[in-house]
Each structure stands twice: as C-alpha cells, then as structure tokens.
Design a protein around this ligand. Structure first.
Ligand code: PLP
Length: 414
C-alpha cells in the first residue's frame, strides 16, 4: 500500500493570490465599467531586451542545423554562461569563484525549494518574517518545520522585520541550523547593510549553520554600500549558498534561467560529528539525478545580458521599474503613508493607516480607488498591518493608480 507523504497535508492552501483574485472578481461584478489597476503582481511587464531576443533567434537557428544542434547540456550549465557570470557579476566585486561552484538552473524557485534536500530532515530552520513563502513550505514538505500553531511552525524560528526594528532581523539567541535570508527583500523591499550581513555570517561560522541567501533582486540595488552578494563578506564561502535569477534582472520570468552558487569551501557535518561533507559535491550529485539542465536557448539569452548592448538595455528596464517605484514612494509619502522599500528593490511595503488590518485595507483600496495591492499578512505574521505594492507595472497605470489613491484618500479625509 502506497502511503501519502502526510507532511504535504499540513500545508495550508496557498490561498493568497486566489483570495485576491476572488475579491477582485466580486468587485468587478458590481463595478463592471471600472478598470482595476493591479499593483499586486510580482511579475514583470516589459518585454525582453533586443540583445536577448537576438541571441535567442541565433540559438534557435543553431538548433535547426545538424552541425550546431544541441541536445542535453552539461547539468551545471554551459561554460560560456558560467564564465560570463563570474566575469561580470563577481570579479568586479572582488569575489573569485570557480565555474564549478556555479549551477545554472531554470530560475531561483526550484533551487530555493530543493536545496534543503541535501541537509538532514531534523535540522531546525530560521526565516525572516515576512518572507517569500517557498522557504518555509519546502521545509514543511519534508517534515522539518514541525506543526502549525497559531500561524507559526513549531520548528521554525521567525525573525520579525518591522517598522519597529527598522526591518533589521535580530540574530537569534539560540542555534539555528538553516537560515534563510532574502536581500533585497521580497516582500518588504528593504536591504541589509554590510555590517548587519557580517553579523549573520559570523553567527553561522560560530554555530556551524548554513545561510541560504536569496539575491534574486540584487540587480535593483542602487546604493553602492549595500552588498549584492553574501560573498562580499569574509568567511561567507564557508557558510553560505547564494541564489540568483535572471527573472527580475532581465525579464526572464517566462524564459526561465537562474543560478545557484555552492562554494567548494562549504561543508556540513555527519550526525556522528566525525566527517565533514562537501555540499558542492552533494548538490552536484543531486542535480545529476534530478535535473537535466536549462535549455541552450535560455542560456544563450542569459549570456546576452552581459554584452555591452545587453548591459545597457537591461539597466534601462530596471531604471524604468525603479522610476515607477520612485513615483509611487513620493506620492504615497505625500499622502501621509509610511512607506518602506522601493529604493533598492522593486517592492514598496506600506504601513496601513490607523492599524487597519492588511485585508481590510486591501478591500478599502479596492473599493475606494480600484487599485489592487497584496495584503502583507499573506507573507507571514509580521506582515499584518502592511501591504505590498510592486513597481513592475506600466508607467501610465502606475501614475493613474497614484492619482486614484490620492483622490480616494483626500476624498475620504474630507
Ligand atoms: N526568490 C524570490 C525572493 C522571489 O521573489 C522569486 C520570484 O518571485 C524567486 C526567488 C523565484 O524567481 P524565479 O524562479 O523566476 O527565478
């Protein structure tokens, strides 16, 4: 008799975006003529840049001829892409990586979810709160998170990030084996200064912990003092795995390509405490079994963002989104909202007025301004009393949404 993995049954339904859609539909039924603007989407809206399109066409043409056709590629990814990443992303920041420390993937979601397979099921887990849900859910699936009590998992340490602590998570006072950090952060759009990140690296070294560092939004950092990579911190090669993605960097959400860095210095100990095992080798072994590589076309597309034209074009799109963020920040601040993020990330994290709950404010804004946001509490208990707005929309929609919110707020304050 095949028994089900009951850990899956512990997972609450992923209702956040379904609930949002349901509420928006109900609103549209009663307001059929009103155009709703969504600032809730986490997907990009601008097309791939010309350099990427050209590289993809070329790669497709190569696939059309026997001499240049490619089948299965190397599991870790093609050398041309791994070398371009090292040269353009890491060497300029003084970080030296071996190509075999880079694993090309089909986007960061798979690896941020799968990476926990290579460490024991009974490690405990720490996350900043609120957070991208994949980290916790993937640990629930393997039975590592414990049981859900009052919205919190019993074997997970939650490190609140709120207005009160300036969105800087406090270092735990006990040992946490697996720590998930995401900077720039989804959903709060906040970043971690170098000296704060250094505290985490030192904590991990002291406690023999592993940091899973999600840098999917690093391309949005504008402030030169903010680290783009955890490997800018001395010692991080011994304790950290880093995830990167071309999704938000270059509009690859539908193309699919990202990469994970597993340094060769990173090890974890066996349960008897006697042997230290290389996680680079374990991850390689895992990928060889369960992953057959990212498509050649996607990898050639990713490589193209490092050409001189590609760099300029990708930067222009990021600037476009960041200008949306600036417009939103300025307008919302003018209206008296407390706004966080949006300066080094495409997300704005907005405190609801008068301690209104996230969902209540979501409904008020939908009915008052026909603008959709994401309720902060959907990202974890410390997200209550906040909403998330994204700057991934079109400029005109973004400006119109701000006009509507202004009319609504000023009207409702009369
Ligand atoms: N990590 C974070 C923090 C994200 O917000 C996302 C997507 O929204 C991902 C990873 C996954 O992105 P992808 O799989 O498209 O690379």
């Amino acid at each position: 008799m095949a028994l089900v993995n009951e850990h899956f049954l512990k997972l609450p339904g992923n209702y956040l975006f379904a609930d949002i859609a349901k509420k928006v539909n109900a609103y549209q039924v009663s307001h059929p003529k009103q155009k709703v603007i969504s600032l809730g989407i986490g997907d990009v809206t601008q097309p791939l840049c010309p350099a990427v399109i050209e590289a993809m066409h070329k790669a497709v043409d190569e696939m059309a001829h026997k001499a240049s056709f490619r089948g299965y590629g190397p599991e870790r990814g093609y050398n041309f892409l791994r070398e371009a990443i090292i040269k353009n992303e890491f060497l300029p920041r003084g970080i030296h990586l071996d190509p075999n420390e880079i694993f090309i993937n089909d986007g960061a979601k798979s690896d941020t979810g799968n990476i926990q397979e290579i460490v024991r099921w009974d490690n405990n887990v720490g996350v900043t709160d609120p957070i991208y849900p994949v980290y916790i859910d993937s640990n629930v699936m393997i039975g590592r998170a414990g049981v859900l009590e009052n919205g919190r998992w019993s074997n997970v340490t939650y490190m609140p990030c709120t207005d009160e602590n300036g969105f800087v998570p406090q270092i735990p006072d006990h040992r946490v084996d697996m720590i998930y950090l995401c900077y720039p952060n989804n959903p709060t759009g906040t970043v971690l200064p170098k000296e704060e990140l250094r505290k985490w690296v030192n904590y991990a070294i002291r406690n023999d912990s592993i940091i899973f560092y999600d840098a999917a939004y690093q391309a949005y950092i504008q402030d030169d003092s903010i680290p783009h990579s955890i490997y800018e911190i001395r010692g991080a090669r011994k304790v950290a795995i880093e995830f990167r993605s071309f999704s938000k960097t270059a509009g690859f959400t539908g193309v699919r390509c990202g990469y994970t860095i597993v340094p060769k210095d990173l090890t974890a100990v066996t349960v008897d405490g006697k042997t230290r095992v290389s996680l680079n080798q374990l991850w390689d072994r895992r990928q060889n079994t369960k992953f057959n590589g990212t498509s050649y076309i996607s990898q050639r597309a990713a490589e193209a963002i490092y050409t001189p034209e590609g760099k300029e074009q990708v930067k222009a799109t990021i600037n476009y989104y960041m200008e949306n963020a600036r417009i939103m920040r300025t307008q919302l601040t003018k209206l008296g909202f407390k706004v966080f993020g949006g300066e080094n990330a495409p997300y704005l994290w907005v405190k609801t007025p008068n301690n209104t709950s996230s969902w209540k404010f979501f409904e008020q804004m939908l009915y008052g301004a026909s603008v959709v946001c994401t309720p902060g509490v959907g990202f974890g208990p410390s997200g209550e009393g906040y909403i998330r707005l994204t700057s991934f929309g079109d400029r005109e929609d973004c400006k119109e949404a701000m006009r509507r919110i202004a009319d609504w707020m000023l009207g409702s304050n009369k």
